[in-house]
Design a protein around this ligand. Structure first.
Ligand SMILES: [Zn+2]
Length: 197
């Protein structure tokens, strides 16, 4: 597994490359800005390592407590956090659950204080209209988040692979080293005297 600093470096180095590719493919500066912003957010704060106490979770500041249940529920490096697409979808659904929970809490407060409450049908309509109007922006955000996470999965995979290869080679090297390190038979006058006693 690569260190948090390596992941950060990969994200920052890849950012201009991804921005260039996005601009070339979309020919749209606004969409490219969304892709680049979400890629940066995905790589630094919304990545797969939110399943452990990591740089990504620390960067959430006082909001980092909200990732505590996620850490408990999702095993580190499982498909739910480190799986392509499924990892990003799960994290988005998890944030969605928090939004629903907060909305329900607000509704309950409104009910007790007799404030005007939200109408579920109206909310659903607003969401539907928002998604229809901004579907390309939302797709650009998802793409940026996923590519940010993908750079993480790839670095983790390559790091594990290189460790595996080196671990397979190491016993041979170790055996050679032990052979070389074995003490040579002592034939000095002192050792001969010790052997006689
Ligand atoms: Zn990881």
């Amino acid at each position: 597994m690569s260190s948090g600093r390596t992941h950060d470096r990969i994200t920052l180095i890849s950012l201009p490359i991804l921005t260039g590719i996005s601009l070339l493919l979309t020919r749209n500066a606004e969409l490219t800005l969304w892709v680049a912003g979400s890629f940066l957010f995905g790589g630094l704060m919304f990545g797969p390592d939110l399943d452990i106490h990591s740089n990504q979770s620390i960067r959430w500041g006082w909001l980092r407590w909200m990732w505590q249940p996620y850490r408990q529920a999702v095993p580190h490096r499982s498909a739910l956090s480190h799986g392509p697409i499924i990892g990003t979808v799960c994290r988005l659904l998890y944030v969605g659950l928090w939004v629903i929970l907060l909305a329900l809490l607000y509704q309950s407060i409104c009910y007790f204080l007799k404030w005007p409450m939200w109408n579920e049908v109206q909310i659903w309509e607003i969401i539907k209209q928002f998604v229809t109007k901004n579907h390309s922006t939302l797709l650009a955000i998802f793409g940026g988040l996923e590519v940010g996470s993908m750079s993480h999965y790839s670095a983790d995979f390559l790091s594990s692979l290189s460790k595996k290869i080196f671990a397979e080679k190491k016993p041979i090297i170790d055996a050679e080293e032990t052979l070389e390190a074995q003490p040579k038979p002592r034939n000095s006058k002192k050792s001969r005297q010790r052997r006689r006693t």
